[in-house]
Design a protein around this ligand. Structure first.
Ligand SMILES: [Zn+2]
Length: 253
């Protein structure tokens, strides 16, 4: 199984990656490492070339638009994405909690959507306080999504029932985070989304359910919790999620 969204370049993992990789290999877990900006993307590439349970995704986090030279960084990240062998574009999206630079964020996210189409790479999307905006922007690409030329995966989606339905109807996938154990909204999300649209994620080291740092191994608890919510055998759910993984993340075998 794959943790489709983790930040293993975070300082909290310093000196721990070797052991983590060994543990993940033993448990059969693979991780898609998300990058946040040009420098972080470089670190993602480095750790993924070193450890075989890690797979690189490069991205452009919405906070970059606060820098005066954000347009240059956008160009640099686009080149970085085009010139490296990656499994997804992540982390990208819109965040109105971080800042309200709506036009700048839209410009950057639109570029990332178009890059996803051009390179045929799945897009793992952040949508904090901006669910309506993200869905509206993806709606402009509905035809491409329906033809599977664009594969949007909404990470830690916080939309209400109506918004979940809208995004699902549009053809989006959803990655369910490990904090589902204590967040009722995520439990409703897991209940609403059909199993053929589900992935697992941890957002490690964030979204821990206890006081320790979160690690990709917590997807093992997440899948049990989702199976319980969906009242289905956990083995069947794992089979379906692995099917989704094979279909969408073709480069990870
Ligand atoms: Zn993240």
């Amino acid at each position: 199984m794959i943790d489709v969204h983790a930040h293993l370049t975070n300082k909290k993992f310093e000196g721990k990656l070797k052991n983590l990789n060994t543990e993940l290999k033993k448990k059969g877990i693979k991780v898609i490492c998300a990058g946040l900006n040009f420098e972080d993307n470089k670190k993602v590439l480095k750790i993924c070339s070193k450890y075989d349970a890690f797979f690189p995704a490069l991205g452009f986090y919405p906070d970059i638009v606060e820098k005066s030279e954000w347009k240059q960084e956008l160009k640099d990240v686009i080149n970085q994405i085009k010139s490296n062998n990656i499994v997804a574009i992540s982390e990208v999206g819109i965040d109105y909690k971080i800042n309200k630079k709506k036009e700048e964020q839209k410009i950057a996210f639109k570029k990332m959507i178009e890059l996803g189409i051009e390179l045929e790479l799945p897009l793992i999307i952040h949508s904090r306080w901006s669910v309506g905006r993200v869905i509206a922007m993806l709606k402009e690409y509905e035809e491409k999504i329906k033809k599977k030329r664009l594969i949007p995966i909404l990470h830690a989606f916080s939309g209400n029932e109506k918004e979940v339905f809208k995004a699902w109807e549009l053809g989006c996938y959803f990655s369910i985070p490990s904090n589902i154990e204590k967040v009722p909204q995520k439990q409703v999300l897991a209940e609403l989304v059909p199993t053929n649209k589900l992935f697992l994620e941890t957002d490690s080291p964030y979204m821990s359910v206890n006081s320790e740092i979160n690690t990709p191994t917590s997807i093992l608890n997440t899948v049990i919790k989702i199976a319980e919510i969906k009242r289905m055998p956990v083995e069947d759910l794992i089979i379906q999620i692995e099917k989704n993984e094979k279909k969408v993340f073709k480069k990870i075998s």
